[in-house]
Every structure is written in structure tokens, then in C-alpha cells.
Design a protein around this ligand. Structure first.
Ligand code: HEC
Length: 483
């Protein structure tokens, strides 16, 4: 059995066919969004005909070398520069996958034998990290007009919880996956934002870059298409203050049809011993002035006053933002630690980024963040035509320089604490929670292409634990599955 599979797969390298070569690339990397009811449903890629009919568009999006909107290439959307730093849950196609697709298009885009068709993965609905302790849903459903415009809206969710809570995770579950582009959650003292909602005739209130109120907690959770929630590593927790309301800020993407959304928040309580609380430092610069018709760089530094371990960061600017670079210089100045670089900033694709392992920033380190703003008419996103002087503010036409960093006080060994979800199944190469032939196919492919180490969670591919990825791992995985 294993030999038959193996030779089939080797053969497949030489004949590009949709069912064998292309479907796995598209189904594993694109249809989490490009299928019915999801944010990318305008372009569904769930079978041969759909992919064939859009093959040139896809080729442009995955291989186009034009300066693009969500990083280079355009799809899958991952604005962070992977050559600069390695972050968790990166979305990308490998060079080999891109070339396989282009070769397939060039060689006639054949479908191949229907018997070989690579199956569509199962997608789980609801939480990706287990059974929540508390679920709070938006009280009403919100109406989103099909006017093809962005809609930025804040909703107040009452918790009715009198005590402070140690959070293991806070997860946002979109009620309408096609409409919700982003969400971010903070807590405010109960009732303190109600006037904002009451002043707006519809459910919730309009908010673009912030929450319309200043008395907010740390960021407690967020959502962007394609991201999965994560629990904090053992011993760590974030705290939700006593007597809080939550405010969820939602960005609804432009829609062609009227729709509604009633999203909810899953709260996971940490009831184990908490050794360290997650803290937040906001790097903010509100003193800049961006002259019209100019490109301006703004740099801000953060002096580290005790040893800390960095866990997460979210660079944030508005529509003039062009690029970001954040790095740290250790006190001896011997070491520059690259944290994140975004070459094509895109307001539509903002993520809470995490390194794979905590980053130790010793006392005396200086973190430097630079955002470059393009306030010329060459910037297609410039909200002003002609360009205008632009300053800090909440509005679509204002700008921001804002980076929340999450960290804990440093403890020896933090550098080895993996920040991703560790409850992954050994051998579950496609992370679908099952061990089956699909994993063998994925493993064989990465062994043959010699790029298993580029998998998001490469440890799942090292079946025999020898720190190498080779035919022994394939044999071991086949044996696990057959037994
Ligand atoms: C995380 C969700 C997500 C994933 C994963 C994703 N897309 Fe997209 N894609 C979108 C959204 C949303 C848009 C439209 C808005 C935009 O461009 O930001 C889009 C736009 C596109 C476009 C049109 C681009 C243009 O500018 O004309 C193509 C083609 C495309 N995607 C193909 C792909 C392919 C192929 C993959 C997999 C390799 C992929 N996408 C992965 C969400 C996603």
C-alpha cells in the first residue's frame, strides 16, 4: 500500500494535473476564505471549474510581481515580510507551490483523473480551541447595507460579571463570515460607554480607528480572517477587570447585498495557577504632522526598563500608512532583533502578530518602530484628493501611529516557550484534527520538496522525532495510520 502511494506521488511531480497537484494547494491555502459564506466568497475556488475559469487571476494574485496591497504576492494575505522575521501562523505559498500552479496553467490546466481528486478539507464551525466558559452574543443583529462601502462599528456587550477574570483566551466568533473583516475587543467600566450607543439611532455606534471612549482596558482579543484563536501558554493569563462591559469594534467589508451580523465572544477562563499576568505597552506617537504631497517617516522608541519577554504586537496606522519596521537593539548594541516589517501596509489586513517563541528583551534594550506614510496622490488609498495636511485622530481621514505590545516579566527559559497552539496532533500535517491519507500526501510532498521545515508547525512532520524530515517519517506516519 505505501509503495503504491509513494510511486503515485513521485509520478505526480512530472504531470501537473488539477486533481493531484493543484487542488491540494488551493484547498489547503485558499478556501478557508474563498468558499461560500466566507470573506472571499466573491471568488469561490472549491472545484476544478472554478479554479480553471479564474486561473489567470489566481496566477496574478499568487505570483504577480507588481507592488501589491497585502504584501508581495497579494494572496494569501500576509502583509508581514517573512524574510525579516518568523511569526506564528504565517499564510503563504512556497516557491514550489507557486511554480506548480504556473506550470499547470502553461501546460493546459488539465483536470486529470476524477478518481484522484483531492478531497475538500472539513472546516469546523464555532470555536477552534474548545468549549468556552462564557459566550456573550451581540444583543441584536446589526444590519449591513449592500452599498459596497466599509462600515466600522462598535458594539457594547454586557458581561454582568462582578469579579475580575483570569483569561486563558478571548475569541471573537463572527456571526457573518462574509461580512466581518476584522474585530478587536476591549473592556470598559460597566455602563461607561452606553451614551455613545444611545446617541446613535441604530444598534452600536460608528467607530473607525478606536472605541470612542478613553477609559479602556488592554486589548483582550481580536479577529481577522484566517487567524485562529490561541490560549496563553501555561502559567500566563490576561485579566479582564471586574464589572466590565466589552466593546467589540468590527470592520465590515464592502458588500454587494444587504446582510446582517450577530457575532459573539467566547471567554475561556484560566482556573489554574497564574504565575504572570500579560502586560501591555502602547507605543504611540500622536505628535506628527504629515504634509500633503510628501512621504514622511515617523519613528518612536521604547526604552525597556526591566527584562521582559515579548509575546504579541499589532502595528496600526490608517490609510496613509505605507510601511512599518520594528526592531530592538540590545544594550550592548551588539544585537539587532528584527521584530516585524510590513512592506505594503494595508488597513484591511491587520493581525495580532506573535513570534514563534517569546523574545527576550533585556533591561536597557531600545525598541524602535518606524511607520512611513504616503500622503501623495500616488497612494490609491489616500482619503483626500488633493492630499491634505494630516494629523493624529480617530477618523478615516486622520492618521495614527499606534502599536500595542504584549509581554510578561522575563523568566529564564522564556526563549523556549512556544507561543502557538501546542495541542497539535503529531502527523496532522494539514492541521485538520485527523490523521489520514491527506497527511501522508502532504508529508510526502514536503519531504520530496525538501521544505517540511517551512510548515507552520513543522514539529508535526517529524514523526520519529529525529529532527529530520525524510522517508522514515513517511513510513512511521503510514504505520500509525494503518495501525
Ligand atoms: C484569509 C482569507 C483569504 C485567504 C486565505 C486567501 N484569500 Fe484571496 N482574497 C481574500 C479577500 C477578502 C479578497 C478580496 C479583498 C482583498 O483583496 O483584500 C481576496 C482577493 C483575492 C483575489 C483577487 C485579487 C485582486 O486584487 O484582484 C484573488 C485572485 C485571490 N484572492 C485568490 C486567492 C488564492 C489563490 C488564495 C490561496 C493561495 C487566496 N486568495 C487566499 C481572502 C483570502
Amino acid at each position: 500500500m505505501k509503495y503504491i502511494m509513494y510511486s503515485l506521488l513521485i509520478y505526480s511531480l512530472y504531470a501537473q494535473e488539477y486533481n493531484v497537484d493543484i487542488a491540494p494547494i488551493i484547498y489547503e491555502n485558499c478556501i478557508s476564505c474563498h468558499r461560500e459564506g466566507q470573506i472571499g466568497s466573491f471568488l469561490q475556488l472549491t472545484n476544478y471549474d472554478e479554479v480553471f475559469n479564474n486561473r489567470y487571476w489566481i496566477a496574478y494574485a499568487i505570483a504577480g510581481d507588481e507592488e501589491s496591497r497585502h504584501g508581495n504576492p497579494i494572496m494569501p494575505p500576509w502583509p508581514a515580510d517573512r524574510s525579516y522575521s518568523t511569526l506564528l501562523d504565517e499564510m503563504y505559498l512556497t516557491e514550489d507551490q507557486i511554480h506548480t500552479f504556473l506550470d499547470w496553467v502553461d501546460s493546459g490546466a488539465m483536470q486529470g483523473d476524477p478518481e484522484d481528486e483531492y478531497p475538500i478539507p472539513d472546516f469546523t464551525a464555532g470555536s477552534t480551541i474548545g468549549e468556552p466558559d462564557i459566550v456573550i452574543q451581540m444583543q441584536e443583529s446589526y444590519f449591513i447595507s449592500g452599498n459596497y462601502e466599509d462600515d466600522y462599528r462598535c458594539f457594547i456587550l454586557e458581561t454582568n460579571i462582578a469579579d475580575a477574570i483570569d483569561l486563558a483566551a478571548m475569541e471573537f466568533i463572527p456571526g457573518n463570515l462574509e461580512a466581518v473583516h476584522h474585530a478587536i475587543i476591549v473592556a470598559v467600566p460597566s455602563g461607561s460607554a452606553d451614551a455613545l450607543d444611545e446617541a446613535d439611532p441604530d444598534y452600536g455606534y460608528e467607530c473607525f480607528g478606536d472605541f470612542g471612549t478613553s477609559n479602556i482596558s488592554d486589548f483582550l482579543g481580536g479577529y481577522a480572517p484566517g487567524t485562529i484563536a490561541r490560549k496563553w501558554p501555561q502559567g500566563l493569563a490576561q485579566q479582564m477587570p471586574a464589572n466590565s462591559d466589552l466593546i467589540v469594534q468590527v470592520h465590515y467589508a464592502p458588500l454587494m447585498t444587504d446582510q446582517t451580523d450577530q457575532s459573539s465572544v467566547n471567554i475561556f477562563i484560566n482556573d489554574e495557577q497564574v504565575d504572570r499576568y500579560i502586560q501591555e505597552n502602547l507605543m504611540i506617537n500622536s505628535q506628527f504632522a504629515l504634509p500633503p504631497d510628501e512621504i514622511t517617516s515617523v519613528t518612536t522608541t521604547w526604552q525597556i526598563t526591566q527584562d521582559i519577554s515579548l509575546i504579541q504586537f499589532l502595528p496600526h496606522s490608517h490609510l496613509l500608512g505605507k510601511s512599518w519596521e520594528i526592531f530592538a537593539i540590545t544594550p550592548q548594541q551588539t544585537d539587532t532583533i528584527p521584530i516585524i516589517r510590513i512592506n505594503d501596509w494595508d488597513f484591511d489586513w491587520q493581525f495580532f502578530y506573535s513570534p514563534e517563541y517569546m523574545i527576550h528583551l533585556p533591561l536597557g534594550t531600545v525598541v524602535s518602530a518606524t511607520c512611513t506614510y504616503d500622503n501623495t496622490s500616488d497612494n490609491p488609498d489616500n482619503p483626500n484628493d488633493p492630499p491634505q495636511w494630516t494629523f493624529w485622530g480617530d477618523g478615516t481621514n486622520d492618521e495614527m501611529f499606534f502599536v500595542p505590545f504584549r509581554y510578561v516579566n522575563y523568566e529564564a527559559g522564556d526563549e523556549n516557550i512556544y507561543l502557538g497552539n501546542t495541542n497539535l496532533l503529531l502527523g496532522d500535517i494539514n492541521y485538520d484534527g485527523l490523521l489520514n491519507i491527506l497527511d501522508v500526501v502532504a508529508l510526502v510532498n514536503c519531504v520530496l520538496d525538501n521544505n517540511c521545515s517551512e510548515l507552520n508547525y513543522s514539529s508535526v512532520a517529524d514523526i520519529n522525532g529525529d529532527n529530520a524530515y525524510n522517508v522514515l517519517d513517511i513510513v512511521a506516519l503510514v504505520n500509525i495510520i494503518l495501525s
